[in-house]
Design a protein around this ligand. Structure first.
Ligand SMILES: Nc1ncnc2c1ncn2[C@@H]1O[C@H](COP(=O)(O)OP(=O)(O)OP(=O)(O)O)[C@@H](O)[C@H]1O
Length: 858
């Protein structure tokens, strides 16, 4: 105890101290709770109150006022109050001052200044880690990182346990250091209370907050919202903590129900624990709470409604509640793919036995799912698709097990159910969507099957059904004999597949090497081989130099390569690559093609891509999907020969290449020769094959020769080669049409089908100024009201169609108006004057003429 000389402070402030109270002495209080606070000891039993009492707390002044040794505290939380205290010590009128203990070191002062706000300091640090935990969990969900790990075989139990272990270790260390620092700075709070008692309070509180964060994370889908939620909880926690410090509800005036409800919120329990521990060490004579005394009333706790041991039990109990609720909500709240389990999923014994108990539903818990319509059976138009379908059906019926088949898709149907959502004053309904319509196909081992199709064809949905991201609506798929419909089958499948998703699912803060280590561990590779395996994979995708760089700083192409490496790690038996080379430069792309080609051995690969070149080079078989159906299947050559427009002949002319121009030729002669040669070749093609050039310039002519002329080609090209000199030809190239053309034809056909099914119309504006409505895709259209003596059947046009980037058909133009041939059936009598066939005002509809009637078969 030291008497300190005080410094003068304004007399107005002093006045409020001097009267009318008599104070015997004061002592320095508990530094952790309220450093710099004063303990006043009354001379007689007068209740003491003075000017800065606003900062005293009911908890601090409670006690027996009749007791002449009764002490109470007035926390000195602001600098002015400390000045007053110093002044009082030095004032000769106040000879009641017993002592004032100053802190020895400025660092201690700073620490104590922070700690003046008491438990709030600790609450703040705990809350920051709480906010961090929530946002890390949600970021993992938001970026679909968790989905990627699940797809590659991570169990939910392993996911939660890894989080809990990591957070548990961090919590243990931070609680340990907090107590050790407190002891280092000689705070009586930490010195007088048992180490284990104080440590457990901090540790269990933080553990409880982890459980609370896990539970909240199930309700939040955006990491940006997690910060808001975290800080809101911090503010609420801060306020309820203040209320707790003031004595609510751990006081006889309040019912035990109120206390129980209040104790559910972890910061309240912390506040009460710190209250008890601080009260137990309020003076240097207090012995604090010992380990053996934790179940007894804390020293100086006059209420004794809750002991430190009770607080431990509450913290452990509520932690378990939060953690179980976290797992429950995680299962029943829709995940990133909109999937969830039933609300009572845990009542299904299969869930605990792992036998189909984890069936998933789609849509939110508050939305009703519309009924899923029956899938009508559609017989494929294409012979090869029908043959494949019949073969798979036969194998299914006969139970044929072909060891060469890696994946057997048996009538896979995926219908995204329509939803009915009741929001605030509004009702939203969406129709079911048939994304995949009865797919029957085999993917063979040691082969790459390429799934092509326009946007929205159903490729990713098919892949998602195979990887278990999306539940199938109908049919099934067997992967090496395991069904995607069974949860046991799915967990077997996840052990043998590698997936490169359409969008990179990577942790920005992990390096390429760490990603491969992580996924190799999930795949269950022996730890001794993981390092070597990761190095090999990184070398394969040319990422050795960037192995230790954060994936967040990788370029788009590097990320894609890392995703390919992840898909191939652990020797998976089925590799699914969803647009793997998007964003790669041509050199890297070719390199990745080599990797994919080499990877075919011993496994099946399913590839989706929008690069026809990639499909052409890599595929053993190609299937083109459109509008959820498989439209064609076969090798690249077969598809080109069946669905391409035919053959492409490229004729190059002399003079078009360096050194081929005779030096004696003048430019004008050269031009004249070129024209003559071009015309002669065009004439030759027209005469022999009835084709005109598709493209022409000075250097070459390009002809598309339909398949039906195939039998004429041998003789034709023999003759052409013979007459090369005569025609001035330098080179003749003949090839099949491209895969791109096949793709466009299939996509166009599918678009036409769906337009016809939906009865979609387009407006055709004629050169005459009139406009008529025609069905999408109609080729020959008769114009109503154009019948005349000269053209008794009226006139018609041929309509030209084109597809835009999204695959939608639009009118690109029309032919000249011509008379409708006499063999075409008579058209209904209508006018073109803005009246429809019923004579009512409205759009005029053109009459679709069957191309067969005008002698056109294709
Ligand atoms: N969760 C969903 N709910 C409703 N419809 C969906 C859902 N997911 C996909 N679809 C629809 O299913 C259809 C097929 O989508 P999918 O992603 O399989 O196409 P895709 O062939 O992979 O296209 P892309 O080449 O653009 O990746 C699309 O029309 C899409 O809008």
């Amino acid at each position: 105890m030291v008497n300190n000389p005080g410094r003068p402070i304004p007399s107005t402030k002093v006045q409020s101290f001097r009267t009318p109270y008599e104070i015997d002495a004061w002592l320095f209080s508990n530094p952790m709770r309220c450093p710099g606070a004063l303990h006043f000891v009354q001379r007689n039993a007068t209740v003491i109150s003075y000017g800065i009492q606003t900062n005293s707390t009911p908890a601090a002044v409670r006690g027996n006022y009749e007791d002449p040794t009764f002490k109470f505290q007035i926390p000195l939380q602001i600098a002015a109050e400390r000045e007053i205290a110093r002044f009082l010590i030095g004032d000769p009128n106040f000879n009641w001052v017993v002592g004032f203990k100053e802190f020895a070191h400025p660092a201690v002062e700073i620490f104590s200044a922070v700690a003046t706000v008491g438990p709030t300091f600790f609450l703040a640090t705990a809350m920051f880690s709480f906010v961090f935990q929530i946002s890390s969990l949600i970021t993992e969900k938001e970026l679909k990182l968790r989905q990627a790990m699940t797809m590659m075989g991570l169990y939910d139990s392993a996911y939660w346990l890894s989080w809990l272990t990591w957070e548990g270790v961090l919590t243990f260390l931070s609680s340990l250091f907090l107590v050790l620092f407190g002891m280092m700075f000689q705070f009586e709070f930490f010195l007088n209370n048992s180490f284990a008692v104080v440590f457990l309070v901090f540790f269990l509180f933080q553990l409880n907050m982890i459980g609370f964060a896990f539970m909240l994370s199930a309700f939040i889908s955006k990491s940006s919202s997690s910060t808001t939620v975290g800080f809101s909880i911090f503010i609420v926690g801060f306020m309820t903590q203040l209320v707790t410090v003031f004595g609510f509800p751990y006081h006889h005036n309040f019912s035990s129900t109120v206390r129980s409800i209040w104790s559910l919120f972890p910061p309240n329990l912390l506040a009460q624990a710190l209250n008890l521990l601080a009260g137990a060490t309020s003076t240097s004579q207090d012995v604090g709470v010992s380990w053996s005394g934790r179940a007894k009333c804390a020293p100086n706790d006059t209420e004794c409604l809750i002991t430190i041991d009770d607080i431990y039990k509450w913290l452990v109990g509520t932690f378990l509640v939060w953690f179980i609720l976290a797992i429950y909500f995680d299962n029943i709240i829709p995940n990133a793919s909109g999937l969830r389990k039933s609300v009572l999923y845990f009542l299904n014994p299969g869930y605990w036995l792992g036998k189909g108990g984890s069936k998933v539903k789609e849509g939110g818990i508050c939305s009703c799912m519309g009924s899923v319509p029956q899938q009508e059976h559609i017989t494929p138009d294409d012979g090869d698709v029908l043959e494949e379908e019949n073969m798979v059906k036969h194998q299914t019926q006969e139970g044929v097990v072909d060891p060469n088949i890696a994946v057997q898709i048996r009538g896979l149907v995926k219908i995204y159910p329509g939803t009915r959502q009741f929001g605030c004053c509004k009702y939203k309904k969406t129709a079911p969507y048939h994304a995949v319509r009865a797919l029957w196909v085999n993917f063979t081992k040691d082969q790459l099957f390429c799934l092509l199709g326009p946007n929205g064809a159903g490729k990713t949905t098919t892949i998602n059904c195979l990887t278990g991201i999306t539940p199938v609506t109908g049919g099934d798929a067997l992967i090496y004999g395991d069904s995607v419909r069974s949860s046991v089958g799915m967990s077997n499948i996840r052990r043998i597949i590698g997936v490169c998703p359409q969008f990179d699912i990577l942790w920005d803060s992990l390096s390429g090497q760490e990603h491969l280590h992580l996924f190799a561990s999930i795949k269950g590779l022996p730890p001794s081989s993981i390092i070597l395996m990761a190095q090999k994979s990184l070398a394969e995708v040319k990422l050795t130099e960037a192995a230790k760089m954060r994936a967040g700083s990788y370029s788009g192409g590097m990320k894609r390569r890392l995703s390919v490496a992840i898909a191939l790690i652990g020797d998976p038996k089925l590799v699914i690559l969803d647009e793997p080379t998007t964003g790669m430069d041509p050199i890297t792309r070719r390199h990745v093609w080599d990797i994919i080609n080499d990877a075919k051995k011993g496994r099946a690969i399913v590839l989706t891509t929008h690069s026809m070149e990639e499909a052409d080079i890599l595929s053993d078989r190609i299937g083109i999907m459109a509008k959820g159906r498989l439209r064609c299947i076969g090798t690249s050559i077969r598809l080109k020969s069946r669905f391409g427009t035919g053959f492409i002949a490229n004729i190059s002319f002399l003079g078009s290449k360096n050194g081929q121009t005779p030096p004696t030729h003048s430019p004008s002669n050269e031009a004249a020769d070129s024209t003559i040669h071009h015309e002669a070749v065009k004439e030759f093609f027209k005469d022999r094959l009835d084709v005109v050039p598709k493209e022409e310039n000075k250097a070459f002519l390009t002809f598309v020769i339909p398949h039906d002329r195939e039998r004429l080609l041998t003789k034709f090209f023999e003759e052409l080669e013979h007459r090369e000199r005569e025609f001035g030809i330098s080179d003749i190239q003949l090839g099949l049409t491209t895969l791109e053309e096949v793709f466009l034809n299939i996509a166009r056909q599918a678009e036409l089908e769906s337009a016809a099914a939906e009865g979609r119309m387009a407006t055709l504006s004629l050169t005459s100024g009139a406009s008529v409505q025609i069905p999408l895709g109609a080729r020959f259209v008769g114009i109503p009201g154009t019948e005349s003596g000269e053209n008794p059947r009226g006139i018609m046009v041929e309509v030209y169609w084109e597809q835009d980037d999204s695959g939608t058909l639009g009118i690109s133009g029309h032919s000249a108006e011509i008379a409708i041939p006499p063999n075409v059936q008579a058209m209904p009598s209508t006018t073109s004057s803005g009246r429809n066939s019923l004579g009512q005002p409205g759009p005029v509809h053109g009459i679709v003429i069957d191309p067969n009637q005008i002698g056109i078969t294709n």
